[in-house]
Design a protein around this ligand. Structure first.
Ligand code: NIG
Ligand code: FE
Length: 399
């Protein structure tokens, strides 16, 4: 990380996406021929170039586009091991199974703290270089009290958005005894883990945890001050969305298989606000050869949609939010504007954050300079890096 002067003007911005319709045109609040002033880690001002205030330093955007940094609200970047062969087998016709998680659990338990931290650091750097400025990180590959705690401590070195996912799958030691494992997760494991996390998550799916156990896990976390989020409706229709909405979860993630009732429940919860966000993870559907989620049905019904990477070694090993945007636009019938909003402001909603995901004065100075004149390029040039520079809390972290 490099040190920057106290105030910086990012000048000569061709298109500035503020995500605040009161500040500019259209749903993304776009300002053309714009400038943005950063002061002590926050956005101090943004508007038309001519009206910019004086600052200590100036950066020339050279007519390119500035967007809020991506808010990637779902990742599992603290792990060890390699599952490329599992991916290869899937691409030759084998189905994805949640049981593959056990391969990563074994490798993660055998890894040293330094190995775990080095892998996470390199993936966080990779994410920053691709425009992500907020990254949620989950545990879930330890599944013992000591291992889950050390994964959370590792995650907390890289992010404020730390999620306890002891209820990822039933630990191998408890095979055939899911209730015994749930007792551990909601007892000694929660005692050790709650101080290191902000969120509690559960994988509510056939092959993982049923609705009743998922509710039990989320409620135990809530009693310890953790806010709920859910993995659900990934591998088939199921109760994940229902449980998430009932428990007031900030987000239900995957949403690949939704019933009409699920879509209505998510839309109703968005109308009541802050509601449960439907976080779509198209990289998973790409990497597991599943159908893509029906983003159009969710958006048309009025649900709040976020896009995230789910970066993990099993179901989706990408940290590229731009790739997720390209899939959402091409395969899920989201407009480029909807997809960008979902990957920035939508991610912020999924993390219940108002200081990131937009660039109004007072927001954190988390911004991404694209090597492109407008944000359509994120989907228009799939697979081609479109990020020129990234600032997080006003500091240049990439570029
Ligand atoms: O979000 N759904 C459950 N957990 C991860 C998959 C993890 C893995 O396969 O290792 C997910 O897709
Ligand atoms: Fe996940």
């Amino acid at each position: 990380m490099s040190t920057v002067p106290q105030s910086v003007l990012v000048d000569g911005i061709g298109t500035l996406v503020t995500n605040d319709p009161e500040l500019g045109e259209g749903p993304l609040g776009e300002i053309h021929d714009a400038a943005l002033a950063i002061d002590t880690g926050h956005v101090a001002w943004c508007g038309p170039r001519g009206a910019a205030p004086g600052t200590d330093a100036r950066v020339d955007a050279a007519g390119r586009c500035v967007i809020p940094g991506f808010v990637d609200s779902h990742s599992h970047v603290v792990f060890a091991g390699d599952r490329s062969n599992e991916f290869g087998a899937r691409m030759s016709g084998r189905p994805y199974e949640a049981g593959g998680i056990r391969t990563t659990v074994a490798a993660t338990r055998a890894a040293t703290d330094t190995e775990l931290s080095d892998t996470a650091a390199s993936l966080v750097r990779e994410a920053h270089a691709q425009g992500t400025t907020t990254l949620e990180i989950k545990s879930g590959y330890g599944l013992t009290v000591a291992d889950e705690e050390r994964l959370l401590r590792t995650a907390a070195r890289f992010t404020e958005e730390v999620t306890f996912l002891g209820a990822h799958i039933v630990a191998p030691e408890y095979a055939g005894d899911p209730q015994g494992y749930a007792d551990l997760v909601t007892g000694a494991m929660l005692d050790a883990c709650a101080p290191h996390a902000r969120w509690i998550d559960v994988f509510c799916e056939d092959g993982a945890f049923d609705a009743e156990t998922a509710r039990r896990v989320l409620q135990a976390g809530q009693r310890r001050g953790l806010a709920p989020r859910v993995h659900g409706n990934q591998l088939g229709p199921g109760p994940g969305v229902r449980v998430a909405v009932e428990c007031g979860a900030a987000s239900v993630d995957h949403c690949t298989y939704l019933s009409d009732a699920d879509v209505s429940a998510l839309a109703e919860s968005a109308a009541e606000g802050p509601g449960t966000v439907a976080t779509l993870l198209p990289g998973v559907d790409f990497s597991t050869r599943q159908p893509y989620p029906d983003a159009r049905a969710l958006l048309d019904a009025g649900a709040c949609v976020a896009l995230a990477s789910d970066c993990n070694p099993g179901s989706c090993f990408t940290s590229s939010v731009a790739f997720c945007i390209a899939m959402a636009v091409r395969e899920m019938r989201m407009s480029p504007e909807e997809a960008l909003w979902a990957a920035t402001a939508g991610g912020a909603r999924a993390l219940r954050r108002s200081d990131v995901g937009h660039l109004a004065p007072g927001a954190r100075a988390d911004l991404t300079l694209l090597a492109a004149p407008n944000p359509i390029y994120l989907a228009y040039r799939p697979g081609v890096p479109q990020v020129a520079a990234v600032w997080k809390d006003g500091e240049l972290v990439s570029g």
